[in-house]
Design a protein around this ligand. Structure first.
Ligand SMILES: Cc1ncc(COP(=O)(O)O)c(C=O)c1O
Length: 482
């Protein structure tokens, strides 16, 4: 296919050139109906491109023109059978993948480090999760890879499982051996669904982990906006092979996407795909070198550790995204949150922090000066902290997944009441509690709250962490099922 073309961008430009008298939504009539403040921020062209389904602009939900062509080019670039544009991020892609793969009361094996949208998918589908705990890295205190053997064991012991859902790579860039896992899934007659929100760039440099589309996944959702250069909220959903019915997938996407999808987002997907096709390898080479410089600089700072490739057990097939610079100043007595906050005061941002680590995402849009600012900033912060801990703190790890007492669907429909946090042990959670970032649920509705879990949440709170999901984010109270 001609990757040099941009069918949707061209269609929008052609429509603009016609100068039509426009009687559709949106009401701003290109820049003419919009206020000056927002035009000052965005410029006029943004409004001209903010169109709707009209003559020549196609329809995302029944694409047959430039949107379909743009989607086909994306499928061709990444190597999938079919690619669908998403305007509500990988969040809606995760929900659609689950809806397409499992029906009410069917079982799905889900790695516990799943994004909260996966829970939404389970609730809407009425599916029954069987949780799989990924390997845990005690040095950086993060979930790492999913071992293929653990998938084999889970599927062999429960033949009712219909699908497997993995987050790959993790927010920390850790990638599992997807090829081996896909083979196991298919041998057990299961489909493999992959949340590849953080892995769009994997397809453009052989030093990166292998992407889900080329590893045998049946469906993969990728946040093009995170590492592929498109506008925030724009993602891609790939269907690979023929185990998932394309008609059902289309129906599921209609359930989770707006009937007024943004042409700005879709055009940015078309543009980012074109840019990656034309310049992907050079962009990744540049990003790779910058990330290497960041990693080397950080490693030279006493009291700082950097998560790196050699860290992983080679027999599990795991590896890490080189563009994800995960570092810890725990040995200097600093939490990830403290490092993030202190860096921000020095005008350096990081993607996220947890009680132990901070995470910087490097792209080709960064500069040598950015890298210097990051490394110098961390150096100054650690020096100011003024101590190197005699030995690293003992990792207390992530507590075991609590027992599932009721299905996500039943839990969602259960009546709840707030009770004091310190009285919650033994009760059934009525709300999700997901330390944020990265937004991985510690407790899901319908699960029995354990003392260990309460201790874990307390530790995150004391370290300065915040939570998504609870009605009382201060965690003085928790909602439990009556
Ligand atoms: C692992 C993971 N999956 C899914 C999502 C949601 O993706 P999106 O922001 O594209 O909706 C995120 C968001 O941060 C994420 O970290």
């Amino acid at each position: 296919m001609n990757q040099n073309s941009t069918p949707l961008i061209d269609a929008i430009c052609a429509f603009e050139r016609r100068g039509v008298s426009y009687f559709n939504v949106p009401s701003h009539r290109a820049e003419r109906g919009e206020g000056e403040r927002i035009r000052g921020l965005l410029g006029d062209r943004v409004f001209a491109a903010d169109l709707t389904e009209t003559d020549g602009t196609d329809d995302l939900h029944a694409a047959s023109g430039p949107i379909l062509e743009a989607e086909r080019l994306a499928a061709d670039l990444f190597g999938s059978e079919e690619c669908r544009f998403l305007v509500n991020g990988t969040s809606c892609g995760n929900v659609a993948m689950i809806l397409a793969a499992v029906r009410e009361n069917e079982k799905i094996l889900v790695a516990r480090n799943a994004h909260r949208s996966v829970w939404t998918g389970l609730q809407i589908a009425g599916a029954l999760p069987v949780w799989l705990t990924p390997c845990y890295d005690p040095l950086f205190h993060v979930f790492a890879e999913v071992n293929p053997e653990s998938v084999e064991r889970a599927l062999a012991s429960d033949p009712e499982i219909r699908a497997v859902f993995l987050t790959n790579p993790t927010y920390y860039g850790v990638s599992s051996d997807l090829t081996a896992i896909a083979e196991i899934c298919h041998r057990h007659d299961c489909v493999l669904l992959v949340d590849e929100a953080h892995g769009t760039h994997f397809y453009f440099d052989r030093r990166f982990p292998r992407g889900a589309v080329t590893s045998g996944a049946d469906l993969a959702a990728m946040s093009m906006h995170k590492t592929g250069g498109s506008l925030t909220q724009s993602s891609l959903l790939h269907r690979c092979g023929n185990r998932i019915d394309p008609g059902r997938l289309g129906d599921c996407l209609r359930m989770v996407q707006s009937s007024s999808p943004s042409y700005l987002l879709m055009a940015s997907l078309d543009g980012a795909r074109h840019d990656l096709a034309e310049n992907g390898p050079e962009k990744m080479e540049r990003a790779f070198r910058l990330a290497e410089a960041a990693r080397e600089g950080l490693l030279r700072i006493p009291g700082v550790r950097v998560l790196g490739g050699s860290h992983f057990r080679t027999d599990s097939g795991a590896c890490q995204d080189p563009l994800r610079v995960v570092f810890s100043a725990e040995d200097s007595g600093l939490t990830g949150y403290a490092v993030q906050e202190a860096l921000f005061r020095k005008n350096v941002t990081t993607e996220m922090a947890d009680p132990y680590n901070a995470v910087a995402i490097v792209t080709d849009g960064n500069t040598r000066e950015d890298i210097r600012n990051l490394v110098t900033g961390v150096d100054e912060i650690v020096t100011a902290a003024g101590r190197i801990a005699a030995e690293a703190a003992v990792s207390v790890g992530f507590p075991p997944v609590p027992a599932v007492v009721m299905s996500p669907r039943r839990a969602m429909n259960g009546d709840t009441i707030p009770i004091r946090f310190d009285q919650a042990e033994g009760r059934i959670a009525g709300e999700m509690i997901a330390p944020y970032p990265p937004g991985i649920p510690a407790v899901c509705p319908g699960e029995r709250i354990t003392g260990e879990m309460l201790e874990y949440l307390t530790r995150i709170k004391e370290a300065g962490g915040t939570f998504q999901g609870p009605a009382d984010p201060s965690l003085q109270t928790l909602r439990v099922i009556v």
